[in-house]
Design a protein. Structure first.
Length: 286
């Protein structure tokens, strides 16, 4: 399997993931100390929503396109506006032709002193990412497998920041690689923040992953907080495409849980497919 995110860019899972990513980065900005973001599976960085791949699936039409048109409450709008503003900045007025991937969203929120390390080994995607970042001095694109990058770049010299783990899940052992990769990185950098994305197709697999991550986080010299979010755009069936996805967060900003309790209910209607979406937000137990 050769994963191409262009088919899925801007779908419900991207929207939820990137709203959370932006909230974390905004809190990292609150302190003057520098930070680094390490994106282990960065992708192409920017995606053409007018292209054949995006149009073939149309997933962005039930994702970012709906959220751009949604009306949010006065309490939630300021929380999602930074994310929506970044998406708008990549598009002509009143149009949705392009969707920025995680590295471009991160780059939009870096201060002059902050840095991004983006890892991508697929040649075409890596060249597109290099072109998108235009040899940016604050963003380094690395031709290195994300699982090898973790021990190589953690902890960063800044000693403050975020690791984004968003592998393509092409291989059957990707869940175990995520679990092992996080554990190794957390042992070296227990004060870092971690954001892990996963497809939620198997309850057994996702529950096992959450328990493992929670156990690692709780077992450090100073137990770290852990948060689990799963969002389902529609009921999962045997022949359906991905309709449920999850995030595991370690060392999240302390206000994020409260913000998500406000944001997520207002995403249920625009991101629902054939009815309202559903979400679960909890502190996972080892």
């Amino acid at each position: 399997m050769n994963y191409r995110h262009a088919f899925h860019a801007g779908n419900f899972a991207d929207v939820v993931k990137h709203i959370v990513l932006v909230r974390i980065l905004i809190y990292l900005q609150d302190k003057p100390a520098v930070f680094r973001v390490i994106d282990t599976h960065a992708g192409a960085g920017i995606y053409d929503l007018t292209g054949e791949q995006a149009r073939r699936t149309g997933e962005f039409l039930t994702g970012i396109a709906r959220v751009m048109q949604a009306r949010f409450s006065e309490n939630v709008l300021p929380l999602v506006a930074p994310y929506l503003d970044i998406v708008r900045a990549f598009n002509p007025p009143a149009r949705l032709d392009t969707y920025p991937g995680s590295p471009l969203i991160v780059r939009a929120l870096l201060r002059p002193q902050d840095r991004l390390t983006a890892c991508e080994i697929e040649p075409e995607a890596r060249q597109q990412l290099i072109a998108a970042l235009r040899r940016d001095s604050q963003a380094r694109v690395v031709d290195l497998d994300g699982w090898m990058a973790l021990p190589a770049f953690v902890p960063p010299k800044e000693r403050r920041g975020l690791v984004l783990l968003d592998p393509p899940y092409e291989d059957k052992d990707e869940f175990s690689r995520l679990a092992d990769g996080f554990a190794a990185a957390f042992t070296k950098w227990p004060t870092g923040s971690y954001l892990m994305w996963y497809p939620a197709k198997s309850r057994r697999a996702t529950d096992a992953l959450a328990r493992h991550v929670a156990g690692v986080a709780a077992g450090g010299p100073s137990p770290a907080k852990c948060l689990r979010l799963e969002f389902s755009a529609a009921p999962q069936t045997a022949d359906s495409t991905l309709v449920s996805a999850g995030l595991l967060l370690v060392n999240p900003p302390w206000m994020l849980t409260g913000e998500l309790k406000a944001i997520l209910p207002e995403l249920e209607k625009p991101l629902g497919q054939g009815g309202a979406a559903r979400f679960r937000l909890e502190v996972p137990k080892p």
